[in-house]
Design a protein around this ligand. Sequence first.
Ligand code: HPA
Length: 275
Amino acid sequence: MNEDNANENVARSLEVVATRAGNLAPKVAVVLGSGLGNFANNVENAIAIAYGDLPGFPEGGVGGHAGRLILGRIGGADVALMQGRAHYYENGAPDAMKVAVRTLAGLGCETLVLSNAAGSTDAEVGPGSVMAICDHISFTGVSPLFGAPGDDRFVDLSEAYDPALRQSLHAIAADIGVTLHDGVYMWFCGPHFETPAEIRAARMLGADAVGMSTVPEVILARHAGMRVAALSIITNFAAGMNAVPLSHEQTMDNAALASRAVQDLLHGFLTRYGE
Ligand code: HPA
């Protein structure tokens, strides 16, 4: 989507949100990845806006649930939750989340928390584990900022995953007894899974986990001046690491293994945000 259309869609989406939830001033937004859609049930006085009513937001049902922006309060903090995201692999558009992320920034969100499902390249970190992303490697060669005007498109990603936010996630994890790994996430385009050779390469290059999402949103959020935290639910050992065939069904089933832990972490994070 070109910049003019994107900006117009952001302005129109902001108007829709102002009309429906104008009394709320969220400082933090969360993109709920696979297995976390239910987290939206924690929102008090929730106002749900279908993506279909928000120009430029992802189209159609995403990841098993209707796409909705949910606004309300969790633990004293006004929050904006995205239930469903768009992926690069859907239409080959790396900027599929551009309008959504810029709308969240336009609402006043200063922090974006992202979550996803990922495959582990580390034999010691298996399905059901939770990882805070500390850095990423893009294996796609594309940017959501292709076509963005101005010098601010040259975004510094050296601390893309905010160290203080990550520290806060670790403190909460320790408090609630969740084991939280730290690791580098490698973005593959999908929708096919990786080959065993790609996974060996990923490991050699320094990846701890691989997946098909999140990185474009991180780049868009940093461009929009937001701080970013990101969590991966490890749903499987990556290709070639064991005999279990990879499938989307496995991803969805195994995302449930750590759903409780990640929901508790998010809840703690948002509650502290409100203090
Ligand atoms: N590869 C890519 N994306 C994924 C995987 C994987 O092994 N598991 C969950 N999402």
